[in-house]
Ligand binder design. Sequence first.
Ligand code: ZN
Length: 191
Amino acid sequence: MTIRNILKYGTESLREPSKEVHKVSKKITDLVNDLLETMYAKNGVGLAAPQIGVNYRVFVIDVSSNDEPLKPMVFINPKIIKKSGAVISNEGCLSFPEAYTDVRRYKNVTVKALDINGHPFILEAKDGSLLARAIQHEFDHLNGILFIDHCVNRFEADNVLKKFDLPPVDVDKLIDEPELKEELEAEQKND
Ligand code: ZN
């Protein structure tokens, strides 16, 4: 296992879609181990393979808190098969050191993926939990999508990026999210 260098925002390959894994070979289990070791070394909640320069559809997540035992979760060839609700999530990313901003996410997601042994599993993450948000964040990395593409306020996001010497929001990449916007507006009215 090796702690790998994490690519920073502005690196072109972070915008490239990743390839499916055809076989969970030793190359892939080594990749998973490197992802886990690098994520833990950097105190991250998740890390996707393209962030260490390997464009395969693999990510890892651990949402356990500091006083709990580690709970590594491995997702190979993940697919989000169900999503509903909307939530505002304050997020950062290991490829954006120290920069945090509010983004729109689904509240509930169901993901289907292969585990480290190549066995399929289905996982439901609900109520805007850290896990639900992390799955969406890491899944996006496999399609070259970054959290700032979902930002609630592009000007605020730009200010944060500038503060940490990162390139500005990529305006062409911003994602229009009418269903999420509507859902969030409806919730505000109910408050
Ligand atoms: Zn990230």
